[in-house]
Ligand binder design. Sequence first.
Ligand code: CTP
Length: 399
Amino acid sequence: MRGKRILLGITGGIAAYKITFLIRLLKKNGADVKCIMTPSAVDFISPLVVSTLSNNPVGIEFWNKQNGTWNNHVEYGLWADLFVVAPLTANTLSKMANGSCDNLLLATYLSMKTKTIVAPAMDLDMYAHPTTQRNLELLTKDGVQIIPVESGELASGLSGEGRMAEPDTVFEYIENIVGASKNDFLGKKVIITAGPTYEALDPVRFIGNHSSGKMGFRIAEEFLARGAKVMLVTGPTHLSLENEDLEFIQIKSADEMLHEVQQRWTDCDYGVFAAAVADYRPKNKETEKIKKKADDMIIELVKNPDILKWAGSVKTDQQYLIGFALETQDLIKNGTKKLEAKNLNMIVMNSLKDIGAGFGVDTNKISILDNRNNLESFELKSKEAVAKDILNYLKTYIG
Ligand code: CTP
């Protein structure tokens, strides 16, 4: 996002107050932000707040009534890498769909040289009205991307579809368009481990864990989107992934995972080991189903191979290795130990104590520690966004 020029168009809806959070997110991530407001947006949020947060003057009128300076809509159009209209009211939507040009925001839209995305916000009946739906279709046909509205409580007190997407979501859409430079991992080979391992006790039972595999799959998708060739070695999950640049390898046990990784790792540029590998497996796998007998039962376990440690032990200086650490206490201390013990370049740490982080959920809250002693902590995000953060971090690390 660093250095990307985001032009924000704010229209007159109650959701305008949320734009302050979006501006802060964009600025925090290194974007340059300029804002244009419609005259009615000024009733909902002060231009002083918007200009202070964006660190730029706000365009409202075609010309400044105090000093006669002209706000050049063509220049705005040339300056921006992306034009984001949020919130988009039914009124401005209708004007954009029909080419009206009676304020600075609309003139700028007509002058845009790059993509426009919009985040509609209105009451449920207005949103559901055929005219609104028709206008949204018109904008889509004109190449404008629509960020879907959310369902929930509305300013009118009613509840339903029409709420503007949250600033985090709008930010993710923006990042998707201008954030990651496409193909920045073009032709690179990556091996990724994901999901749990199942360690068989007998033909019907196993020792496993709750890993869903989502984090590893999201990382695989992100590498594919950025041009890499991906080998995804996954334990049993409900997820699937297809892509012509993907080799999808399904295994059950840690031994099987090790075998598949050993076949491929030396040929790879990067390894991302996100699997929740079972540390131990039953010493004996019974060939027949174990029958219940005594009240107590003792299962003897033996240690599984540490796949990541093996990859670290044979790693060359041209290969980059990323491990994961899910901890319940002393996150940094334990992460540092693993980074060193397994000869990693980076370790992605998360704590089971953070709400929304860990197994089964669609979000994660991570910190990344690298072997140059840098530590960066991220906010709670969707696993897609976390995957982007990990790849962006790797890209910066490689230099
Ligand atoms: N890992 C692996 N093979 C194993 C165990 C772990 O490849 N047998 C990888 C995981 O994919 C992850 C990292 O190592 O990237 C996690 O390491 P570690 O935390 O040591 O595994 P834990 O089993 O959680 O260790 P501990 O129980 O000591 O916290």
